[in-house]
Ligand binder design. Sequence first.
Ligand code: BGC
Length: 405
Amino acid sequence: MIYPEGFLWGTSTSAHQVEGQNVHNDWWDFERRFTPSGAACAFWEHFEADLDRARALGTNAFRMSLEWSRVEPAPGARDEEAAAHYERILLACRERGLRPILTLSQFTLPRWCAAAGGWLSDETLVAFERHARWVGERYGDLVDHFVTVNEPNVQGGAGYVSGVFAPGTRFRPDLADRCEDALVRAHVAAYRALHEAVARRHPAARIAVGPSPHVIAWRKSPWDPLGVFLRLGARFNWRFVDAVVASAPETLDFLGMNYFMGSPAHLMGALRIAGLAARPMKAGTSEMGWPIDAKGFEEALLDAHRRYGRPIVVTENGIADSTDALRPAFLRDHLAALDRAIRAGARVRGYCHWSLVDNFEWHEGYGPRFGLYAVDYATQERTLRPSGELYRRLIEERTTKELVR
Ligand code: BGC
């Protein structure tokens, strides 16, 4: 088999995008400029049924994030009910044979951290390290894969250049870099705190910890004859991981990777992706205007492998496609690219499709639909899309004999 024993086949979600009523974080205030997230997918209440759905896809892993502001709504104040609720969710994953991949930070911060200066403040870093230690103590026997920070390379630019993410500051690339540098420190501190806490509190448990950068398959292109965007793109992809490897190489048990797109076909496309221009739809792109590029997925995996040689977990890959017209081919082509990358030597240990259900797409609100299950937000009903059934079959094929070398 080309897929190693224990390969993680999963779907991916994040707390603020599915749970609903995350009233104590910075996005709850920020999103009023766009679309309030409100009840989102009511995953907080209906997690059992959604985990049944994940199970029905034949997956054995489930990626979710823990909303820090729920368990620590005020500095040092623990919400025990929320903490116990997360324990119930993680147990429900395990009961269904879904190994949880738990993310500590996916774009939101408790409001009190944001008020102290967000990631630009040392107070946040100190609090995040303390939080990671608590998470390790509390859940270290239920979770074996932790993602410290999701898309640290997006957070800075979206928060401080385009301003489409909280805190909504624009045109401050200096602050974007400072934010990314702070997230390097946050990752290293959380990595150490998690391992230390788990070794002390759950000595029998074995955990793997890594970050999940967003990686784009940038290529040479006629509209970029001097390769300026190519260089900026490589910086975007790897600046964070390079800094981790330079300062604390032991803190990468695995490299998470979120892959959605290839190089934009023109300068406007690049500006749109960066949130700096509006977004009309184009053929060959998703409903987000993101260029579909399965070959680029293979290249990105091999690029990461050559650069760092670490085990890789694909923590997100998916497409905004409300009619499910493009997703089936997207899935087939991207999993074929994954097959090729593994055959060529990339040490991929898992693949999680973004997303299990349609959900709150940040500043884009509820328009883009990434789910293998469609959500009717008026009734919270879910409907399996044909691509969900296809994903189940593609996983099945890969766990039977067809892919024997
Ligand atoms: C993020 C998710 C987001 C997805 C689709 C990633 O950039 O980690 O939170 O919903 O892509 O845009």
